[in-house]
Design a protein around this ligand. Structure first.
Ligand SMILES: Cc1cc2nc3c(=O)[nH]c(=O)nc-3n(C[C@H](O)[C@H](O)[C@H](O)COP(=O)(O)OP(=O)(O)OC[C@H]3O[C@@H](n4cnc5c(N)ncnc54)[C@H](O)[C@@H]3O)c2cc1C
Length: 381
């Protein structure tokens, strides 16, 4: 079967690796002229790393990932510890670790592996304009006038998926009421006591900071409540003065960290959601990752669910030779788990708006999420 994947993000590249490993012929079409370092960190829980190990990335990721010994939750104003979370040994418990990574280290590991097992799979500068799903194949139309053909198409074109809007539901993404800023700080610029994994909360804002890349960089994501947001994209440079002013009531350590981003640069973007979509496939086209089910970042499971999708869809295509049956099995396997993660992320965001205390910050049942095994758990509802 000849499979086209739209989008070379986390979901698209993971799908390509999983499908090629099972012997499928795959082409990934990515609209960017090149995949670049967006300067951000990512948390990957055991349910995500399990898939990454299965597709051959474990050794590479272990070279740079960081697993925190503990995470402290602080009161924004005085930096007092409200609670401390000590993660279990997930490698021992579930057979796969909890990892924090520079996003580029993850993406780079995926690209290296792809080049190793199937060079020329990734086509850059390939901006999809539209799809024509016919009875036996799909015609893929590019904005430069080219046309390609595939037996099936996996649309992993992210939260602003044009394929979702043209083939499934035209409703645009909806602003979720939060704006985020991100930055990376060289740990050599910080005293050792600021190298910890910490989240500071208060006044409808929070700042999550953690080590990535062998501990050489401290990643921070700062989130604030907002009523309106108009700009699009992930990479909007933000004026430092405006950013520091937004978080000027936070404790001195937090302010010190966020005032030292590498190259003096922070980026901001708005957090968006979409209404729940009941059906993720139409004819020979199927949605995956944020294109199917974007979720807020507050439980760190968006990319993890894209990775689970990639694994489950691959297994369904191995189990069912008819694409319709494979897509139905994929949807049946994924829907309730993804919906629950989407709802939990939204609820967690709401809880962060109030006064921070042990009750408001108490975690939910993360281990039931982390224990899920997309590589071996049964398919179907
Ligand atoms: C602040 C923040 C923090 C987060 N932190 C975490 C975390 O710690 N852990 C976690 O698990 N998740 C996290 N997430 C979520 C995670 O980043 C996403 O869920 C994940 O990147 C989705 O992957 P994807 O492949 O579906 O989409 P994307 O990674 O967005 O990839 C989509 C790709 O499609 C390409 N594309 C789009 N349109 C076209 C087209 N027409 N033609 C060709 N190519 C196209 C794009 O260029 C892009 O490369 C976070 C998200 C945010 C906003």
């Amino acid at each position: 079967m000849n499979i086209a994947i739209i989008g070379g993000g986390i979901g698209g590249l993971a799908s390509a690796l999983a499908l090629i490993q099972e012997g499928f012929k795959v082409t990934v079409y990515e609209r960017s002229p090149q995949l670049v370092d967006l300067g951000a960190g990512i948390t990957l829980a055991p349910n995500a790393t399990r898939v990454l190990y299965h597709i051959g990335l474990g050794t590479q990721l272990e070279q740079t990932s960081v697993t925190p010994a503990k995470t402290e939750f602080l009161h924004y104003k005085n930096g007092e510890v409200i609670m401390q979370v000590t993660p279990k040994n997930y490698r021992e418990l579930f057979g796969s670790p909890y990892m924090r990574l520079h996003r580029w280290d993850l993406q780079h590991a995926m690209l290296l592996r792809l080049a190793e097992i199937a060079p020329n799979t990734l086509q850059l500068n390939a901006d999809i304009k539209g799809l024509e799903s016919l009875s036996n194949h799909v015609d893929i139309h590019f904005t430069d006038g080219r046309v390609a053909r595939a037996d099936i198409v996996i649309a992993a074109d992210g939260i602003r998926s044009s394929i979702r809007e043209t083939l499934f539901n035209p409703a645009p993404p909806v602003f979720a009421g939060f704006v985020a800023w991100r930055g990376l700080v060289n740990t050599s610029d910080l005293p050792p006591h600021l190298h910890e994994s910490v989240v500071a909360f208060g006044q409808g804002r929070h700042i999550n900071r953690y080590l990535v890349r062998r501990g050489e960089l401290l990643n921070f994501i700062a989130v604030a409540h907002r009523d309106h947001w108009e700009a699009e994209g992930w990479n909007i440079p933000a004026p430092m003065g405006e950013f520091l002013n937004e978080f000027s009531s936070f404790d001195a350590d937090t302010r010190e960290i966020i005032s030292r981003p590498a190259l003096g640069q922070v980026f901001k973007w708005g957090l968006f959601g979409r209404p729940w979509l009941e059906q993720w496939h139409s004819g020979r086209v199927v949605l995956l990752g944020d294109a199917a089910h974007p979720m807020l970042p507050f439980i760190g499971q968006g990319a993890a669910n894209a990775l689970e999708d990639a694994m489950i869809l691959t297994r369904c295509l191995v189990a069912e030779s008819d694409p319709q049956q494979a897509f139905t099995l994929y949807q049946d396997t994924r829907a309730s788990r993804v919906r629950s993660a989407t709802e939990q992320s939204a609820k967690r965001g709401d809880r962060y708006l109030g006064e921070p205390n042990k009750d408001s910050l108490k975690g939910d049942d993360a281990e039931s999420r982390y224990g899920y095994n997309a590589v071996t758990d049964p398919l179907g509802r």
